[in-house]
Design a protein around this ligand. Structure first.
Ligand code: SF4
Length: 227
């Protein structure tokens, strides 16, 4: 079994199915992916609640900018994010909100199309494609970079290098990618934090086995990654 698959199975056995991403519709995932930029998920939930159950693409497009800003204020950077939401909604409605039509496009094409949308970078694009539309594209975030910066694994140094590494090493399966991303985030919150809490981490044995006595130094030195 490849090392990355082993990490996946170790985390999965420890945390189980984390049922991420929480959303009622694919469009809500699109909205959440924009709102979660530079903020905690709890703030995204507060902002989504402010839509009071009426979170449709048509409504976002029709809302005056000031009203949209007010609704999403709890997510922070609300002026910027309101503009990004309008832009990604226009993209979504370019397909008439037809999920099957979006899913029928080649992954490479739709990914590069999304990356042209204002406010959509690699992580937002991959989150939308994976969690809203089930495309097998791996999401790399700060937790992923931190884990792979510390774990003895040459995953690469940039977003694209790490994404390509994960996609090479894992089965090309959207469900595996969804679970793995959620597991990495959970472990990053519980153990692989800015100040790591290795005791009790499900990966402790594998990290420590290769670097038994100098684990902390090794980890600290290796964490030079940039998204
Ligand atoms: S053992 Fe420590 S460095 Fe390794 S993944 Fe766990 S918390 Fe991170």
């Amino acid at each position: 079994m490849r090392k990355l698959e082993k990490i996946y199975h170790t985390l999965y056995s420890h945390y189980g199915d984390l049922d991420w991403w929480p959303a009622d519709t694919p469009f809500e995932v699109v909205v959440g992916a924009v709102l979660t930029q530079n903020t905690a998920w709890t703030n995204v939930e507060k902002a989504i609640e402010c839509f009071e159950g009426d979170l449709s693409a048509e409504r976002i497009l029709d809302l005056p900018m000031e009203e949209l800003e007010e609704i999403i204020r709890p997510a922070g950077f609300y002026r910027q994010k309101a503009q990004y939401l309008k832009a990604v909604t226009e993209w979504f409605l370019g397909y008439d909100g037809d999920i099957d039509l979006i899913k029928s496009r080649p992954l490479a094409d739709i990914r590069s199309e999304l990356l042209q949308v204002r406010g959509v970078g690699n992580e937002t694009a991959d989150s939308i494609l994976l969690y809203a539309f089930d495309f097998p594209t791996f999401v790399v975030d700060a937790y992923t970079m931190r884990l792979f910066g510390r774990f003895p694994l040459d995953a690469g140094k940039t977003y694209i290098e790490v994404k390509n590494f994960c996609e090479r090493e894992l089965p090309q399966d959207a469900e595996v990618y969804k679970h793995f991303h959620a597991l990495i985030v959970q472990n990053g919150k519980d153990h692989c934090k800015k100040k790591m809490a290795c005791a009790g981490c499900p990966l402790e044995g594998e990290c420590g086995k290769l670097y038994p006595s100098e684990a902390i130094c090794y980890h600290a030195n290796k964490f030079k990654y940039m998204i």
